[in-house]
Design a protein around this ligand. Structure first.
Ligand code: SAH
Ligand code: SF4
Ligand code: F3S
Length: 441
């Protein structure tokens, strides 16, 4: 019997890429590639890349360098690059990295099987055209990885917001929403296959359906999905603060299955910076939405993103970010030093803050958040949380799950509990994890 060919797939960036990678695995399986976790054993290496910051992009080129040496020993190895760096670099990637066989953009996954097959017979190819209609959503089977407890379901793609710093609208194209009927159908199929939780996914789910006459808005979509009986828990990401409606905020009070967590990136606490970022809200408006969320859902866990050192951010503006972060009381915060991206509006802004100052600001912000996260995790000790068991923990000798607030929790119990929503008493709060004990099965 012929030995199965092997795919080594590495994924960078956000959940959109994680979700696309799940599709890539399925597509490659369809043409005879099983997965391997060792690139040295691979017949096909695919990188699903991210270009959100220059650091993400450099990592991709660094990785490609490593794979080049594997290819020297194994000339038939096929190397492909997809995702946002591929979309951005296009032909340049083929020129800069002559050992790369194929480059596929963010709208071109449906062509990948053909491209790999062509590469097997020595043909190099590149596909980076944007598709601007709903066909983008219909190119793949919804079937998921076997045995997953929790899955992403794409509800929209692309972004029309053009925040001044952001490459996403340039590499993912215009925003389109998927039909509600198809989303509900996919979630129904997933729950029938044993999935307990879904996360509805888009760059800005709050504007779901608004540009498509006849489709429900995001609040109504959540209600439709929550009605599916087999579904135990529902999440969504990411929310843009300017588009989060009162109706959506009310969903946290009205839909019991909706997990009490929202990722609501503020990016900055300074009005002057927010304006230059083209975010479309003020500090006061952001804080008013946070207050409304806390009122609708007491105990809701709010996470966010902050960009430090955006062009024109002075010390006073940064202090406003520090106070905003404190006022919100984020459960967790993802913070980054601003990185100029080619083709974005902010790439042309004068940026005279020394790098060392930006670094110092980032460290202050992160240290404060670290203390806050630990204190919040410790404050949960003694409380009972609903934990959805996802499977074994990374050490393999315990179970891992997440609270409604999205905190990773380790507990002991039988692996057959995977997929169950359990009452768990928190016994210890660590920096990045909770330790719990099952109260009732
Ligand atoms: N659609 C999501 C964000 C996607 S990008 C949203 O609008 O919230 C994820 C995060 O990366 C952003 O929230 C931002 O904090 C950060 N980011 C984006 N562009 C960046 C840049 N040029 N430099 C530094 N961080 C950036
Ligand atoms: Fe980027 Fe802004 Fe769109 Fe988010 S909303 S993906 S930050 S342009
Ligand atoms: Fe990165 Fe592309 Fe996501 S740039 S953050 S992988 S949309």
């Amino acid at each position: 019997m012929e030995q199965e060919k092997k795919l080594y797939l590495e994924t960078f960036g956000c959940q959109m890429n994680v979700s696309d990678s799940e599709k890539i695995v399925g597509l490659m399986r369809g043409i005879g590639y099983g997965e391997t976790s060792d690139p040295a054993h691979a017949d096909l290496i695919l990188l699903n890349t991210c270009s959100i910051r220059a650091t993400a992009e450099q990592r991709v080129y660094g990785h490609l360098g490593k794979f080049k040496s594997i290819k020297k020993k194994k000339p038939r190895l096929i190397i492909g690059v997809g995702g946002c760096v591929a979309q951005q670099e296009g032909e340049r990637l083929l020129e800069k990295a002559p050992f790369v066989n194929l480059v596929f953009g963010t709208h071109n996954l449906h062509l990948l099987q053909g491209m790999v097959t062509a590469a097997e017979s020595g043909k190099r190819s590149i596909e980076t055209d944007f598709l601007d209609d709903e066909k983008r959503f219909d190119l793949f089977p919804a079937a998921g990885k076997d045995g997953s407890v929790t899955r992403f379901v794409t509800v929209m793609q692309g972004c029309d917001n053009f925040c001044a710093y952001c490459i996403v609208p340039h590499v993912r194209g215009r925003e389109i929403s998927r039909s509600a009927a198809k989303i509900v159908d996919e979630v129904a199929k997933l729950t029938e296959a044993g999935v307990s939780e879904v996360t509805l996914l888009g760059q800005n789910v709050n504007s779901y359906g608004l540009k498509t006459p006849g489709e429900p808005d995001f609040a109504d979509l959540l209600k439709m999905v929550a009605e599916l009986e087999g579904l135990q828990r529902l999440r969504f990401t990411t929310s843009h603060p300017k588009d989060i409606s009162e109706r959506l905020i009310a969903c946290f009070a009205e839909i019991p299955k909706l997990a009490p967590h929202i990722h609501l990136p503020a990016q900055s606490g300074s009005d002057q910076v927010l304006k230059r970022m083209n975010r479309g809200y003020t500090r006061t408006e952001y804080l008013a939405k946070v207050a409304a969320l806390k009122e609708a859902c007491p105990g809701i866990q709010i996470t966010g993103d902050i960009i430090v050192g955006f062009p024109g951010e002075d010390e006073a503006a940064f202090e406003e970010t520090m106070t905003l972060v404190e006022e919100v009381g984020y459960a967790d915060l993802f913070s980054f030093i601003y990185s100029a991206r080619p083709g974005t509006k902010a790439a042309d802004f004068a940026d005279d803050t020394p790098r060392a100052d930006k670094q110092r600001r980032l460290e202050r912000l992160q240290a404060a958040q670290k203390r806050r996260t630990l204190a919040q995790n410790q404050a949960l000790v003694g409380s009972v949380q609903q934990v959805l068991v996802e499977g074994l923990s990374s050490t393999g000798d315990a179970l891992f799950g997440r609270t409604g607030g999205n905190r990773g929790t380790v507990l002991s119990g039988d692996p057959s509990l995977a997929g169950r929503l359990l009452d768990v008493k928190i016994v210890e709060g660590l920096q990045t994890l909770l330790m719990g004990e099952i109260v009732q099965v």
